[in-house]
Design a protein around this ligand. Sequence first.
Ligand SMILES: [Zn+2]
Ligand SMILES: [Zn+2]
Length: 346
Amino acid sequence: MREVGGPLRVETWPDPAPGRDGAVVRVEACGICRSDWHAWVGDMGARIRLPHVLGHEFVGVVEAVGPDVRRFKPGDRVIAPFSWGEGGCPQCRAGAEHLCDRRVTPGFDYWGGYARYVATPSADRSLVPLPDGVGFVVGASLGCRFMTAFHALVDRAAVRPGEWVAVHGLGGVGLSAVQILVTLGARVVGVDIRPEPLARAAALGAAATVDARTVDAAEAVREITGGGAQVAVDALGIAATCRAALQSLGKRGRHVQIGLTTRTGGEAADIPLPVDFIVRQEITFHGSLGMPAARYDDLLRLVAAGVLDPGRLVGRRVGLAEAGGVLEAMTRYETDGVTVIDRYEA
Ligand SMILES: [Zn+2]
Ligand SMILES: [Zn+2]
Protein backbone atom coordinates (compact mmCIF):
# COMPACT_ATOMS: atom_id res chain seq x y z
CA MET A 1 0.00 0.00 0.00
CA ARG A 2 1.67 3.22 -1.21
CA GLU A 3 -1.16 5.71 -0.72
CA VAL A 4 -4.47 5.89 1.14
CA GLY A 5 -7.17 4.50 -1.11
CA GLY A 6 -4.72 4.00 -3.97
CA PRO A 7 -4.21 0.77 -5.87
CA LEU A 8 -2.34 -1.97 -3.98
CA ARG A 9 0.81 -3.07 -5.78
CA VAL A 10 2.75 -6.32 -5.66
CA GLU A 11 6.43 -5.46 -5.19
CA THR A 12 9.56 -7.45 -4.47
CA TRP A 13 11.39 -6.57 -1.25
CA PRO A 14 14.36 -8.21 0.49
CA ASP A 15 13.35 -11.16 2.70
CA PRO A 16 13.04 -10.05 6.36
CA ALA A 17 15.23 -11.44 9.15
CA PRO A 18 13.97 -12.22 12.68
CA GLY A 19 14.79 -9.92 15.60
CA ARG A 20 16.27 -11.41 18.81
CA ASP A 21 12.84 -12.40 20.18
CA GLY A 22 11.09 -12.45 16.82
CA ALA A 23 10.33 -14.92 14.06
CA VAL A 24 9.88 -14.92 10.32
CA VAL A 25 6.76 -16.72 9.15
CA ARG A 26 6.35 -18.04 5.60
CA VAL A 27 2.75 -17.07 4.99
CA GLU A 28 0.55 -19.78 3.50
CA ALA A 29 -2.80 -17.99 3.72
CA CYS A 30 -4.15 -14.63 4.87
CA GLY A 31 -7.72 -13.43 5.26
CA ILE A 32 -8.83 -10.16 3.68
CA CYS A 33 -10.89 -8.24 6.18
CA ARG A 34 -12.94 -5.08 6.50
CA SER A 35 -10.34 -3.89 9.01
CA ASP A 36 -7.86 -3.91 6.11
CA TRP A 37 -10.34 -1.85 4.19
CA HIS A 38 -10.59 0.61 7.13
CA ALA A 39 -6.81 1.01 7.07
CA TRP A 40 -6.76 1.32 3.30
CA VAL A 41 -9.40 4.10 3.17
CA GLY A 42 -7.66 6.07 5.92
CA ASP A 43 -9.87 5.35 8.95
CA MET A 44 -6.74 4.56 11.00
CA GLY A 45 -5.08 7.83 10.12
CA ALA A 46 -1.40 8.21 10.91
CA ARG A 47 -1.20 4.79 12.56
CA ILE A 48 -0.54 3.35 9.09
CA ARG A 49 2.92 4.48 7.96
CA LEU A 50 3.43 4.25 4.22
CA PRO A 51 4.55 2.27 2.38
CA HIS A 52 2.72 -0.49 4.21
CA VAL A 53 1.87 -4.19 3.91
CA LEU A 54 -1.62 -5.07 5.19
CA GLY A 55 -2.73 -8.46 6.53
CA HIS A 56 -3.54 -9.32 10.16
CA GLU A 57 -5.15 -12.74 9.54
CA PHE A 58 -2.26 -14.89 8.45
CA VAL A 59 -1.16 -18.45 9.06
CA GLY A 60 1.94 -20.20 7.89
CA VAL A 61 5.11 -21.99 8.85
CA VAL A 62 7.93 -20.62 10.98
CA GLU A 63 10.89 -20.02 8.70
CA ALA A 64 13.42 -18.64 11.18
CA VAL A 65 13.53 -17.57 14.84
CA GLY A 66 15.74 -15.23 16.86
CA PRO A 67 17.96 -16.60 19.67
CA ASP A 68 15.54 -15.60 22.47
CA VAL A 69 12.49 -17.44 21.08
CA ARG A 70 11.50 -20.41 23.29
CA ARG A 71 8.12 -21.67 22.08
CA PHE A 72 8.74 -22.00 18.34
CA LYS A 73 11.25 -23.47 15.92
CA PRO A 74 11.52 -23.52 12.12
CA GLY A 75 8.88 -25.77 10.59
CA ASP A 76 6.20 -25.11 13.22
CA ARG A 77 2.71 -24.35 11.89
CA VAL A 78 1.43 -21.10 13.41
CA ILE A 79 -1.42 -18.62 13.42
CA ALA A 80 -0.87 -14.95 14.22
CA PRO A 81 -3.36 -13.83 16.88
CA PHE A 82 -4.78 -10.48 15.85
CA SER A 83 -4.75 -9.15 19.42
CA TRP A 84 -1.69 -10.19 21.37
CA GLY A 85 -0.12 -8.21 24.20
CA GLU A 86 3.44 -7.62 25.33
CA GLY A 87 2.70 -9.25 28.69
CA GLY A 88 3.84 -6.64 31.20
CA CYS A 89 1.11 -4.00 31.42
CA PRO A 90 -1.80 -4.19 33.90
CA GLN A 91 -4.22 -5.38 31.19
CA CYS A 92 -1.93 -8.20 30.10
CA ARG A 93 -1.28 -9.24 33.69
CA ALA A 94 -5.06 -9.40 34.25
CA GLY A 95 -5.47 -11.71 31.24
CA ALA A 96 -6.88 -9.00 28.96
CA GLU A 97 -3.89 -8.94 26.64
CA HIS A 98 -6.19 -8.01 23.75
CA LEU A 99 -6.53 -4.63 25.49
CA CYS A 100 -2.78 -4.29 26.06
CA ASP A 101 -1.73 -0.73 26.91
CA ARG A 102 1.18 -1.10 24.50
CA ARG A 103 -0.62 -3.05 21.83
CA VAL A 104 1.00 -3.63 18.48
CA THR A 105 -1.01 -5.41 15.82
CA PRO A 106 0.23 -7.32 12.79
CA GLY A 107 -0.71 -5.77 9.49
CA PHE A 108 -1.26 -2.36 11.07
CA ASP A 109 1.67 -1.56 13.36
CA TYR A 110 4.06 -3.84 11.50
CA TRP A 111 3.99 -5.38 8.05
CA GLY A 112 1.50 -8.21 7.72
CA GLY A 113 0.41 -11.20 5.69
CA TYR A 114 -0.21 -9.64 2.27
CA ALA A 115 3.38 -10.78 1.81
CA ARG A 116 5.10 -14.14 1.53
CA TYR A 117 7.26 -13.52 4.61
CA VAL A 118 6.33 -11.68 7.81
CA ALA A 119 8.82 -10.70 10.52
CA THR A 120 6.84 -10.77 13.75
CA PRO A 121 8.24 -9.34 17.01
CA SER A 122 7.96 -11.15 20.39
CA ALA A 123 7.24 -14.46 18.68
CA ASP A 124 6.48 -16.30 21.94
CA ARG A 125 3.52 -13.93 22.40
CA SER A 126 2.66 -12.93 18.83
CA LEU A 127 2.24 -16.47 17.49
CA VAL A 128 0.03 -19.39 18.51
CA PRO A 129 0.52 -23.02 17.40
CA LEU A 130 -1.86 -24.07 14.62
CA PRO A 131 -3.01 -27.66 15.23
CA ASP A 132 -2.32 -30.15 12.43
CA GLY A 133 -6.07 -30.70 12.08
CA VAL A 134 -6.66 -27.10 11.00
CA GLY A 135 -5.76 -26.35 7.37
CA PHE A 136 -4.15 -23.09 6.32
CA VAL A 137 -7.20 -21.63 4.57
CA VAL A 138 -9.43 -22.59 7.49
CA GLY A 139 -6.90 -21.08 9.90
CA ALA A 140 -6.80 -17.85 7.92
CA SER A 141 -10.58 -17.75 7.76
CA LEU A 142 -10.66 -17.59 11.57
CA GLY A 143 -9.13 -14.20 11.00
CA CYS A 144 -10.09 -11.55 13.39
CA ARG A 145 -13.75 -12.15 12.60
CA PHE A 146 -14.34 -15.63 14.00
CA MET A 147 -12.36 -15.08 17.18
CA THR A 148 -13.93 -11.63 17.61
CA ALA A 149 -17.38 -13.21 17.39
CA PHE A 150 -16.34 -16.00 19.78
CA HIS A 151 -15.12 -13.57 22.45
CA ALA A 152 -18.13 -11.27 22.00
CA LEU A 153 -20.71 -14.04 22.33
CA VAL A 154 -19.06 -16.42 24.78
CA ASP A 155 -17.02 -14.09 27.01
CA ARG A 156 -18.87 -10.77 26.79
CA ALA A 157 -22.57 -11.52 26.19
CA ALA A 158 -22.37 -14.99 27.82
CA VAL A 159 -25.03 -16.35 25.46
CA ARG A 160 -26.95 -19.32 26.85
CA PRO A 161 -28.65 -22.15 24.93
CA GLY A 162 -32.18 -21.30 23.87
CA GLU A 163 -31.70 -17.54 23.94
CA TRP A 164 -32.78 -15.45 20.98
CA VAL A 165 -29.88 -13.57 19.43
CA ALA A 166 -30.31 -11.03 16.63
CA VAL A 167 -27.23 -10.54 14.47
CA HIS A 168 -27.35 -7.28 12.53
CA GLY A 169 -24.94 -7.15 9.60
CA LEU A 170 -23.99 -10.48 8.02
CA GLY A 171 -20.50 -9.82 6.78
CA GLY A 172 -17.60 -12.02 7.88
CA VAL A 173 -17.95 -11.37 11.60
CA GLY A 174 -21.76 -11.52 11.47
CA LEU A 175 -21.80 -14.90 9.73
CA SER A 176 -19.12 -16.15 12.14
CA ALA A 177 -21.44 -15.12 14.96
CA VAL A 178 -24.34 -17.02 13.38
CA GLN A 179 -22.29 -20.22 13.16
CA ILE A 180 -20.99 -19.96 16.74
CA LEU A 181 -24.47 -19.14 18.07
CA VAL A 182 -26.07 -22.11 16.34
CA THR A 183 -23.37 -24.33 17.87
CA LEU A 184 -24.09 -22.80 21.29
CA GLY A 185 -27.77 -23.73 20.89
CA ALA A 186 -29.01 -20.16 20.57
CA ARG A 187 -31.91 -19.20 18.31
CA VAL A 188 -30.58 -16.79 15.72
CA VAL A 189 -32.24 -14.05 13.70
CA GLY A 190 -29.93 -12.82 10.93
CA VAL A 191 -30.49 -9.27 9.63
CA ASP A 192 -29.02 -7.76 6.48
CA ILE A 193 -30.08 -5.90 3.35
CA ARG A 194 -28.46 -8.31 0.86
CA PRO A 195 -29.99 -11.61 -0.26
CA GLU A 196 -26.76 -13.70 -0.41
CA PRO A 197 -25.68 -13.20 3.22
CA LEU A 198 -29.25 -13.78 4.38
CA ALA A 199 -29.22 -17.09 2.49
CA ARG A 200 -25.84 -17.97 4.03
CA ALA A 201 -27.18 -17.26 7.51
CA ALA A 202 -30.16 -19.52 6.88
CA ALA A 203 -27.86 -22.25 5.56
CA LEU A 204 -25.75 -21.96 8.72
CA GLY A 205 -28.83 -22.64 10.82
CA ALA A 206 -30.36 -19.24 11.63
CA ALA A 207 -33.93 -19.75 12.82
CA ALA A 208 -35.09 -16.69 10.89
CA THR A 209 -33.74 -13.97 8.63
CA VAL A 210 -34.89 -10.38 8.17
CA ASP A 211 -34.35 -8.32 5.03
CA ALA A 212 -33.99 -4.82 6.47
CA ARG A 213 -34.65 -3.26 3.07
CA THR A 214 -38.25 -4.33 3.15
CA VAL A 215 -39.24 -4.15 6.84
CA ASP A 216 -38.30 -2.32 10.05
CA ALA A 217 -35.59 -4.68 11.30
CA ALA A 218 -36.07 -4.03 15.02
CA GLU A 219 -39.82 -4.48 14.80
CA ALA A 220 -39.42 -7.67 12.79
CA VAL A 221 -37.00 -9.15 15.33
CA ARG A 222 -39.27 -8.23 18.25
CA GLU A 223 -42.16 -9.96 16.49
CA ILE A 224 -40.17 -13.11 15.60
CA THR A 225 -38.80 -13.42 19.13
CA GLY A 226 -42.10 -12.69 20.86
CA GLY A 227 -41.10 -9.42 22.49
CA GLY A 228 -37.43 -8.92 21.74
CA ALA A 229 -34.16 -10.79 21.61
CA GLN A 230 -32.11 -11.50 24.73
CA VAL A 231 -28.92 -10.57 22.89
CA ALA A 232 -28.33 -8.34 19.86
CA VAL A 233 -25.11 -7.96 17.95
CA ASP A 234 -24.16 -5.00 15.78
CA ALA A 235 -21.57 -6.61 13.56
CA LEU A 236 -21.26 -3.65 11.18
CA GLY A 237 -20.93 -0.35 13.05
CA ILE A 238 -23.18 2.05 11.19
CA ALA A 239 -25.98 4.05 12.82
CA ALA A 240 -28.73 1.98 11.19
CA THR A 241 -27.48 -1.41 12.40
CA CYS A 242 -26.44 -0.17 15.85
CA ARG A 243 -29.82 1.39 16.60
CA ALA A 244 -31.78 -1.45 15.03
CA ALA A 245 -29.81 -3.97 17.11
CA LEU A 246 -30.48 -2.10 20.34
CA GLN A 247 -34.17 -1.69 19.59
CA SER A 248 -34.57 -5.35 18.68
CA LEU A 249 -33.85 -6.24 22.31
CA GLY A 250 -36.41 -7.14 24.94
CA LYS A 251 -36.22 -6.10 28.58
CA ARG A 252 -32.82 -6.67 30.21
CA GLY A 253 -31.38 -7.39 26.77
CA ARG A 254 -27.64 -7.38 26.14
CA HIS A 255 -26.27 -5.46 23.18
CA VAL A 256 -22.82 -6.39 21.90
CA GLN A 257 -21.08 -3.83 19.72
CA ILE A 258 -18.50 -5.51 17.52
CA GLY A 259 -18.55 -3.21 14.49
CA LEU A 260 -16.37 -0.12 14.59
CA THR A 261 -17.65 3.00 12.91
CA THR A 262 -16.01 4.46 9.86
CA ARG A 263 -14.89 8.06 9.32
CA THR A 264 -15.70 7.79 5.65
CA GLY A 265 -19.17 6.42 6.41
CA GLY A 266 -20.21 9.54 8.29
CA GLU A 267 -20.49 8.12 11.84
CA ALA A 268 -16.87 8.98 12.70
CA ALA A 269 -16.99 7.15 16.05
CA ASP A 270 -20.29 8.65 17.25
CA ILE A 271 -23.75 7.21 16.85
CA PRO A 272 -26.78 8.78 18.60
CA LEU A 273 -28.45 6.10 20.74
CA PRO A 274 -32.02 5.73 22.09
CA VAL A 275 -31.07 6.38 25.71
CA ASP A 276 -34.58 6.31 27.19
CA PHE A 277 -35.11 2.89 25.62
CA ILE A 278 -31.83 1.70 27.15
CA VAL A 279 -32.86 2.96 30.59
CA ARG A 280 -36.44 1.74 30.52
CA GLN A 281 -35.55 -1.76 29.32
CA GLU A 282 -32.41 -2.00 31.48
CA ILE A 283 -30.32 -2.73 28.40
CA THR A 284 -26.65 -3.59 28.86
CA PHE A 285 -24.30 -2.28 26.19
CA HIS A 286 -21.10 -4.30 25.77
CA GLY A 287 -18.16 -3.27 23.63
CA SER A 288 -16.09 -6.18 22.38
CA LEU A 289 -12.69 -6.06 20.73
CA GLY A 290 -10.94 -9.10 19.34
CA MET A 291 -10.07 -11.88 21.75
CA PRO A 292 -7.25 -12.51 24.22
CA ALA A 293 -4.56 -14.58 22.51
CA ALA A 294 -4.75 -17.08 25.38
CA ARG A 295 -8.28 -18.04 24.24
CA TYR A 296 -7.03 -19.33 20.87
CA ASP A 297 -6.25 -22.78 22.19
CA ASP A 298 -9.90 -23.28 23.25
CA LEU A 299 -11.20 -21.99 19.94
CA LEU A 300 -8.71 -23.99 17.83
CA ARG A 301 -9.59 -27.18 19.71
CA LEU A 302 -13.24 -26.74 18.67
CA VAL A 303 -12.17 -26.11 15.07
CA ALA A 304 -9.80 -29.10 14.98
CA ALA A 305 -12.57 -31.30 16.40
CA GLY A 306 -14.98 -30.13 13.69
CA VAL A 307 -17.41 -28.57 16.18
CA LEU A 308 -16.84 -25.19 14.55
CA ASP A 309 -16.00 -24.89 10.86
CA PRO A 310 -14.94 -21.36 9.91
CA GLY A 311 -13.96 -22.73 6.50
CA ARG A 312 -17.66 -22.72 5.63
CA LEU A 313 -17.52 -18.95 5.58
CA VAL A 314 -14.89 -18.81 2.85
CA GLY A 315 -16.47 -17.41 -0.29
CA ARG A 316 -13.37 -16.97 -2.42
CA ARG A 317 -9.67 -17.82 -2.52
CA VAL A 318 -7.50 -15.40 -4.44
CA GLY A 319 -3.90 -14.78 -5.42
CA LEU A 320 -1.98 -11.93 -3.81
CA ALA A 321 -2.36 -9.69 -6.87
CA GLU A 322 -6.16 -9.81 -6.52
CA ALA A 323 -6.21 -8.43 -2.94
CA GLY A 324 -6.55 -4.79 -4.03
CA GLY A 325 -9.59 -5.60 -6.13
CA VAL A 326 -11.19 -7.31 -3.14
CA LEU A 327 -10.79 -4.13 -1.04
CA GLU A 328 -12.36 -2.10 -3.87
CA ALA A 329 -15.30 -4.50 -3.90
CA MET A 330 -15.66 -3.97 -0.12
CA THR A 331 -16.23 -0.26 -0.75
CA ARG A 332 -19.35 -1.27 -2.67
CA TYR A 333 -20.27 -4.01 -0.12
CA GLU A 334 -19.97 -6.50 -2.97
CA THR A 335 -17.95 -9.22 -1.24
CA ASP A 336 -19.85 -12.30 -0.11
CA GLY A 337 -18.37 -14.46 2.60
CA VAL A 338 -14.71 -14.45 3.57
CA THR A 339 -11.97 -13.95 0.99
CA VAL A 340 -8.61 -15.61 1.68
CA ILE A 341 -5.32 -15.08 -0.13
CA ASP A 342 -3.79 -18.53 -0.60
CA ARG A 343 -1.41 -17.98 -3.52
CA TYR A 344 1.69 -15.85 -3.22
CA GLU A 345 3.60 -16.67 -6.38
CA ALA A 346 4.54 -13.67 -8.56
ZN1 LIG B 1 0.21 -5.33 27.76
ZN1 LIG C 1 -9.64 -8.91 10.38
